[in-house]
Design a protein around this ligand. Structure first.
Ligand code: ZN
Length: 309
């Protein structure tokens, strides 16, 4: 069994409009933009990262905004809800705040004994704010969201899968344990995780497979401490029959990817080196950062990318 995984590292989704996306995460949700860079494989598209003050693994929501991208069609084989942790007693504040700002899809529910507020992102993205006791992670405070209500990072994610057994088996192999079952939902928890350590499997046997587009999660990344741990995880996955990519340098972490039996693309990302490797903590996310291989294209890239306020 793999023992090196610490919980989630980041969640990467697709968006339509970059400015709208930026405003939703930095203003409405009060996260910090910790990096403004480009899609390394398509440098004419932004890659925007939002999280806590330094972009601690387990807090980082990232987006590829593709102008004019068609909306995704929700279904099985994808991350349905991405869940953020907030302090107990703050859901009411969020319900009012999000309603006042015209956020769609608002609805409260209680699942596995937790109170949550579901809502939709600007492209129909599925999100929840979940009240979590004893979460000691500190929220970003450079926003008008009161510190006591601030988002502390991810709580976890809810996967929509046609058959949850295969996903459950993989997550067990990755160190997760079944904590509870309720109807068609299975809750898995990673003991000793980084706080972003819950995965709920929502089994939907007759749901059609999702079609990815704006508002869809592209992939979900799990955290390992360093490159040595990542290589051990890669070997164990490959020994079990998974097709895993070679290690790829993403400037702020090292990444490997593999497709899971449920259809979701998983990444394993390192906690090193982090988002302050090329910017001071005070100025994170301000300048447009380009990976070395695209640095010579800066003039062209800056002319193509829509300006971000
Ligand atoms: Zn990623």
């Amino acid at each position: 069994m793999i023992t090196q995984i610490k919980g989630l590292h980041h969640v990467t989704s697709m968006a339509g409009n970059a400015q709208e996306n930026n405003d939703f995460f930095t203003q409405t949700l009060g996260l910090r933009r910790v990096k403004k860079t480009v899609n390394f494989d398509a440098p004419d598209v932004y890659h925007l990262y939002y999280g806590d003050e330094v972009g601690t693994p387990g807090s980082v929501m990232t987006y590829f905004p593709f102008p004019h991208m068609a909306p995704g069609k929700p279904g099985a084989g994808e991350v349905g809800d991405t869940e953020f942790a907030v302090a107990p007693g703050t859901i009411g504040y969020w319900e009012t705040r999000l309603a006042d700002q015209g956020v769609k899809g608002l609805g409260r529910e209680t699942v596995f004994g937790e109170t949550r507020l579901r809502f939709a992102g600007p492209d129909g993205d599925g999100f929840s704010l979940v009240e979590v006791a004893d979460d000691t992670r500190a929220p970003w405070t450079g926003t008008d969201v009161p510190e006591e209500a601030g988002i502390k990072g991810f709580h976890g994610a809810r996967f929509r899968v046609q058959d949850s057994a295969a996903s459950e088996e993989l997550l067990r192999f990755m160190g997760y344990e079944v904590a509870d079952r309720q109807g068609d939902m299975t809750r898995m928890v990673l003991p000793g995780g980084n706080g972003a350590d819950r995965i709920d499997l929502h089994q939907m046997p007759s749901a059609p497979m999702a079609r990815q587009g704006a508002g869809s999660v592209h992939h979900i990344a799990f955290a390992v401490e360093d490159r040595a741990a990542q290589l051990e995880v890669r070997k164990q996955l490959m020994d079990t029959g998974y097709q895993v990519t070679p290690v790829i340098d993403r400037d702020y972490f090292w990444a490997i990817y593999f497709r899971t039996p449920g259809g979701i693309l998983f990444e394993i990302a390192t906690n090193e080196p982090g988002f302050d490797r090329d910017e001071d903590t005070a100025n994170l996310g301000q300048a447009l950062k380009l990976p070395t291989q695209h640095a010579h294209l800066r003039d062209r890239i800056e002319a193509i990318l829509p300006p971000l306020n």
